[in-house]
Design a protein around this ligand. Sequence first.
Ligand code: SF4
Length: 254
Amino acid sequence: MQALRKKILKIHQLLVDAYGDPPRPRLDPVSELVSTILSQNTNDTLRDRAYDRLRERYPTWEQVRDAPVRQIEKAIRVCGLSRQKAPRIKKALQHVTRERGALTLDFLRDLPVDEARQWLMSIDGVGPKTAAIVLLFSLNKPAFPVDTHVHRVTGRLGLIPPRASAEKAHVILEELVPAELYLPFHLNVIVHGREVCHARKPQCHACVLRRLCRYYAEVIRPQTRVPSVPRVPTAGTQGTQGTQGADLMIETWA
Ligand code: SF4
């Protein structure tokens, strides 16, 4: 555990050196909830376009809540899966109003993080990732969101056990990453996943994390190593394995 925590600090620093300290997102919790629903299975540009169109057409969330699903669907069509997302958004806004008597999530600020998480996850279609995003981004609560990039990159780096589910990864990474680093670590790992550690062809040769990466050590490096010239054993010595693994720092989940 201690070794993994140290490794995370090193990774964090390398990512900050590469991508900078990311700014905090600035949406209120209801807006963040809607934006996160819109972001499912699409990219940030299309999510933002759908969000802006929705806000142009309906300046308040009460208007979205009361609008016909078909109209919501039309407004957000650009981001894809609008047939699923439109009713999900409407139902979520109705849920908050029904439970709280008003369309606000500000009360979550006063709840312990696990209670706030459970409250959000009681909304139909809100899972651990969406709940953690709202909690971390809008309410400054210590929750660590795991999206597809974070799941893939932390898996390759060896920060989570092989085959750990995304759900399990939330729990593990919340324990391993220092709470004050949740936001920059989460956002920079996503950038790294998008720009370098691609799902299909990770650009390991250009990766600032390769000396810390399990996948690099176990899969990529053995393929690229130039065979060392066998040494002639001298009196009192055996043959040597050369420098294999000596420059890697790859503590991973046992
Ligand atoms: Fe991803 Fe390769 Fe970098 Fe590891 S070395 S984090 S697999 S790009």
